[in-house]
Design a protein around this ligand. Sequence first.
Ligand SMILES: Nc1ncnc2c1ncn2[C@@H]1O[C@H](COP(=O)(O)OP(=O)(O)O)[C@@H](O)[C@H]1O
Ligand SMILES: [Mg+2]
Length: 392
Amino acid sequence: MKLNWTMNAEKNCLMIMLEGRIDSTNVAAVEEEVMEIQKQNEGVEIVFHAKKLEYISSAGLRLLLKVRKMQKELLITEVSGEIYEIFKVTGFSEIMNIQKAFREISIENAEVIGQGGHGKVLRLNGDTIVKLYVPGTTIEEVQREQEYAKKAFVMGVPTAIPFDVVKCGESFGLVFELINSVTFSEFLNQNPECFEEYAVKYAKLLKKLHETKVSKDMLSGTKELYRERINQLKPLGYFTEKEIEDLHRVNDAFADDTSIIHGDFHPRNVMVMDGELVLIDMADLTYGNPLYDLGSMILTHVTLSPEGKLDITGLPGEKVDELWKIFLSVYLEPKDMELTLKKSGIFSVLKAATTFAFSQRANNEVVVKYVTAMVREKLLSNVDGCIQLLKM
Ligand SMILES: Nc1ncnc2c1ncn2[C@@H]1O[C@H](COP(=O)(O)OP(=O)(O)O)[C@@H](O)[C@H]1O
Ligand SMILES: [Mg+2]
């Protein structure tokens, strides 16, 4: 057997391809070759690429163990479903880093049924869709959304079942159950007579989500997420070091809580199925203070609306205003209205500030100028005042 291998300079590793069968009849020859390749590249760690590996016997596994002992860690990538099972039952997946190969799908002839900030959504068949992420999205981000969507589902949130992570060309995709219906904005546009009734349901959906408290090991905290996002702003250079520190101080001043926070609640992340509302897009699911979701809504329902600015909601300006009014009247008690809106308004500015850190769309000159000016005017010019308000 002649093993193919490449040197990955970027990751400083030797990528050795395992192919066909590795069993007692050829394992000695394979071992000799692996050791020879290793000798030529001393000090560089081995990674096995197992896409074309069809079978591995216990003799083959012993060879992997030997290599495992030669280095700090052993990564085996692109492992097929069957081989993955062997690694699992033998316990190898606990002592080595085994990465399963992603199913590859073709989207030829697949109909585009949705568009969002992360990419596009296509119908795969009568039961499933794929959310295809823009190139550059890392596997960790996709797996995080899969994990959060699973957790939301298990916690009883009405949402689409997430299935597996797939590959489509250079992009990653996440397969979900198809919600065979329309988004909340499409529904309101098509059924104006139901507007008020469904606006009430919309408010109740979020209220119910916030009434669900979670244990802190279930999800990460919104505050921690924003700490990370504020830090991601540093290298962009839009804010000074002192301003970044101030953003952290404001973020830290929000009262801790353990409600489920959706993170991006707006009419395109809600769908209507058989008269019931279903929540989708769990990429930013966290636990925290309900003020975070209200703040995010201020941004999408008030600051960026009415029309003319970025259209997130998919509704005409006056309809967004109407939806927001009904939402507030159902979600908040009149006596809490003013203070709650002020506090969540502070979060809306913090969210706007950090949006550059993770959205390519927001990272253009006009948006940067508009948002940095707003952040300075509404937040940075009065940091102590904001913190005091948040403590009330
Ligand atoms: N499970 C689903 N069934 C049917 N349509 C969906 C489903 N998930 C998403 N969509 C459609 O795709 C759009 C974008 O999906 P979303 O998850 O919100 O992506 P993004 O994170 O890019 O905003 C939604 O507004 C909706 O129209
Ligand atoms: Mg979305």
